[in-house]
Design a protein around this ligand. Sequence first.
Ligand code: TYM
Length: 336
Amino acid sequence: MCSEKTEQPRKRALSCIQPSGIPTLGNYLGALKNWVAMQEDFEGIFAVADLHAITVRQEPAKFRQQIYSAYALLLAIGLDPQKSTVFIQSHVPQHTQLSWLLSCYTQFGELSRMTQFKDKSARHADNINAGLFTYPVLMAADILLYQPDFVPVGADQKQHLEIARDIAARFNGLYGEVFRVPEPYIAKAGAKVMSLQDPEKKMSKSDENVNAYISMLDSREEIIRKFKRAVTDSEAVVRVAPEKAGISNLIGIYSVITGKSTEEIEREFDGCGYGTFKTAVGEVVADELAPIRERYDQLMKDKAYLEENFRQGADRAAYMATKTLRKAAKKIGFVL
Ligand code: TYM
């Protein structure tokens, strides 16, 4: 007897990255690599969150370049603009429009509790602007406009995702099912890649010390040099332990890239000094990033190709976003 196969609609995954510098190995392992893996089974929607980046001051010419660069990197890692919707946030004005609506359903108290706001306002004490404060509302709009099932992010975005879910649930509670309440998708491995110089801190593209992070465009030599200099401990045993944050971080990185388990790695490097292990980590990272850098260099030479793709991506995104925005506005009582 033949069994009838019913086509299930694909689940939707959405995520964004800020063009606030060249993405790091942390961005790649915590988020971008998962986006590429998801695009086969999910309907992917991915954006360069340029509006979020101006919560800290950007130099205009450099900023423009970083936006192109971030978009090119999304294609270079393997996002296919024919399969997924890949666009630039500010090209779809519905993001800022929904953000205003949602800000009226978000409490001052809940925004005040955001740890990223507290951290960033401490780091940029001379520019604690309203955008920095309402940043999670714009992020909620980015997400809720597209009704995604999953939001693949690194662990540092978990709190922002929770507030987006709270805002959605609150709005739905008042007006009925307008927004899908999405689930975070935080992979176990790579969700928090730590700084190579201070393994208690996350790896960040805004770190003042360039040795603390691997940029996705670093050369092979730079990558290996930075890993060789990574801060570890004096025990010289390759094993994961809470008091060995530096080495545990390197094992984590090696594990995500090679797919080997912690136990396998500990066995592989049993009796080896840190020097051998650090070089091995540097090499696998350099091998992983080399083809991405090559595709990136090609793409950056073809601005017309990038433009054609981000325009098309924005058209597709705007079509979806308009539907949700209109639905939300109508529920509130606006005359459409
Ligand atoms: P952003 O640009 O800081 O980072 C992009 C993605 O990289 C992840 N990430 C990390 N993962 C593991 N280890 C690290 N050291 C590390 N550093 C960064 C982040 O968790 C993120 O997934 N607010 C967001 C951008 C955004 C967004 C959105 C995300 C705007 N709108 C809507 C999801 C949905 C941000 O600043 O990410």
